[in-house]
Design a protein around this ligand. Structure first.
Ligand code: SAM
Length: 307
């Protein structure tokens, strides 16, 4: 199928966990294991051409190594010891684009299994404070294991519906950054087996989009919030541009879109003025899973509540 052909082209991305190691040490490790290091890629085409025991540094993200798609590193000691995280390139964009400074207080609203949380902790160098929420106990348990293995500290996990988290709780009075990666149709995930690629029903799509709008609007109600990243692994406009447009409209002039990763080639669908500030990712264009990211910032003099 077209989808699995595209999937087989997506390389194996390896995020270096800077809480435990550094890019140079990981490169040396793989060289000692017989891999040839070809330096930093200059184009997506170079990544596409990778084969055999070769690897490169990604052209967009500083702590990301790229291996041929067949490379299986799940048994590699660097993975089992939490020195590297096996995470698709597109899913590394949200934490990178949130870009908090090390002392920040952050909410990861829909956090499990915690790949983006561990990325945030690495960006914060385990300083500052992360409040991470998820409703699913099984996924929370996985997240606990993942964060422990990755050496993450300074992260408070709570099994709680983020919609019930009180923005006025003094605990969150210093939360300036929120990463919001809510449940979605997953239509951008390309490596799943055949049979799972059925389009979601209209009812499911409506339910997902309704939840995504509510949870985005709730996130914007945290009083000290300055910057938020909204992301999905969905290809559907209803879960992406439409959600962002509806919630921005609801909040009047309080928040605005900022251009996410200006040099990224693949942009949001031009369905409202400014939608190209959002970014999209896909196997064909960016050699990643299908993905959507919007970066919102509070306008200096904005309304405190939705209109
Ligand atoms: N950010 C995660 C990562 O990078 O590893 C992936 C998050 S996944 C796309 C969405 C998560 O949202 C699921 O784990 C789901 O259990 C959780 N979720 C769904 N509804 C929620 C809610 N109301 N409050 C908090 N979490 C919720």
């Amino acid at each position: 199928t077209v989808l699995s052909a595209a999937a087989s082209q997506v390389p194996r991305y390896v995020r270096v966990n800077t809480l435990k190691t550094c890019v140079d040490d990981v490169i040396d490790f793989f060289k000692r294991q017989g891999y040839a290091y070809l330096g930093k890629a200059a184009s997506v085409e170079e990544l596409k051409a990778l084969s055999g025991k070769k690897f490169m540094l990604d052209l967009h993200l500083p702590e990301l190594l790229v291996f041929p798609s067949q490379t299986d590193l799940h048994d590699n000691v660097l993975y089992t010891s939490g020195h590297i995280i096996l995470q698709d390139k597109a899913s590394c964009l949200p934490a990178f684009l949130l870009g908090p400074v090390a002392s920040s207080h952050i909410i990861d609203a829909c956090a499990a299994p915690g790949n983006k949380t561990s990325h945030l902790a690495a960006i914060l160098k385990n300083k500052g404070q992360i409040f991470a929420f998820d409703v699913d106990p099984k996924r929370m348990a996985t997240m606990n294991t993942l964060l422990t293995r990755a050496g993450v500290t300074g992260c408070q996990l709570a099994q709680q519906d983020f919609l019930t988290v009180d923005p006025r709780d003094p605990k969150y009075s210093r939360v300036t950054h929120i990463l919001l990666d809510p449940s979605c149709s997953g239509s951008g995930m390309v490596t799943r087996g055949p049979g799972q690629e059925v389009a979601p029903s209209a009812e499911r799509m409506q339910a997902l989009a309704g939840f995504q709008r509510r949870v985005l609007s709730h996130a914007l109600s945290f009083p000290a919030l300055r910057r938020l990243v909204y992301s999905t692994c969905s290809l559907h406009q209803e879960e992406n541009e439409d959600v962002v447009q509806a919630v921005l409209q609801e909040w009047g002039s309080a928040f605005r879109l900022v251009t996410a990763f200006p040099s990224w080639p693949c942009r949001g669908l031009a369905v409202f003025p400014g939608a190209e500030s959002c970014l999209r990712a896909s196997p064909a264009e960016t050699l990643t899973h299908g993905f959507f990211v919007a970066v919102l910032e509070r306008c200096k003099e904005g309304a405190a509540t939705p209109s």
